[in-house]
Design a binder for this molecule. Structure first.
Ligand SMILES: CC(C)(COP(=O)(O)OP(=O)(O)OC[C@H]1O[C@@H](n2cnc3c(N)ncnc32)[C@H](O)[C@@H]1OP(=O)(O)O)[C@@H](O)C(=O)NCCC(=O)NCCS
Length: 208
């Protein structure tokens, strides 16, 4: 855990800014879970991720954006492009992304991570069913995009979504790039793009 704290640029704004509390040895024995925590996901979170994903998508479309193996792959290859929101230790919402280096997303983008690329492909955003319609999806997406702005090299975030979610992503600041070339089980998608670049002033002053 200590290694993750120092190794992840994301954790810096949320953890190191927390006032340091002196903890007596007696208090140290209590293991209280933080009420609310945002952190990068690890392969150990894959089962919790997949359970939320399965409930969210299988009953609706019969297809998950990511299989359990793909979740594990991305959380192993590029955990720094994921974000989980935990409440009292339980995962309530998450985003999983990977690197991509072309203008538009293509079928290969669904399973591939391109290291050091200038775009982040958001594969999945999902909120636990008990926590939907409470603003959590918008909040976790906003925090993820703020975090990406702090990553060196990241200039754009891309995703595909069904038509009914286009207003949700427009509200979050994405722009429509038009119909996607990707199709899954006869489902068609719109491609959306969020510009992260050109934030030099914000980066210098944001604690990134
Ligand atoms: C889509 C999802 C991430 C939104 O998260 P959420 O926490 O429920 O959304 P919020 O409470 O932040 O709502 C934000 C807005 O999006 C709208 N919205 C949320 N889910 C929607 C849906 N399924 N269809 C249409 N609009 C939706 C809300 O009505 C709200 O609009 P408003 O502010 O004008 O009222 C969540 O519903 C979810 O996990 N769904 C299943 C998985 C999924 O479809 N993921 C997205 C594709 S990867």
């Amino acid at each position: 855990m200590a290694q993750q704290v120092s190794g992840s640029p994301f954790l810096k704004p949320f953890f190191l800014k927390t006032p340091v509390r002196v903890v007596s040895p007696l208090q140290q024995r209590r293991h209280t879970l933080p009420a609310s925590e945002f952190r990068n996901l690890t392969p150990q979170d894959a089962i919790s991720v997949f359970e939320i994903e399965r409930e969210a998508f299988v009953s609706v479309s019969g297809e998950c954006p990511l299989t359990l193996d793909e979740v594990l792959n991305f959380l192993s290859q590029c955990p720094e492009l994921s974000l989980g929101w935990f409440e009292e230790g339980q995962l309530v919402a998450f985003v999983i992304g990977s690197g991509w280096d072309k203008d538009r997303l293509s079928q290969e983008a669904m399973t591939q991570h391109v290291p050091d690329a200038n775009a982040v492909h958001i594969h999945v955003l999902s909120v636990h069913r008990h926590c939907r319609q409470q603003g959590k999806g918008s909040i976790v997406l906003w925090r993820y995009l703020q975090y990406l702005r702090c990553l060196p090299g990241a200039r754009r975030a891309l995703l595909i979504c069904e038509d009914f979610l286009v207003p949700f992503y427009l509200k979050a600041g994405f722009k429509e790039k038009g119909p996607s070339a990707i199709s899954v089980s006869n489902m068609h998608f719109q491609e959306m793009e969020y510009t992260l670049g050109g934030q030099a002033y914000a980066r210098r002053n944001s604690g990134c």
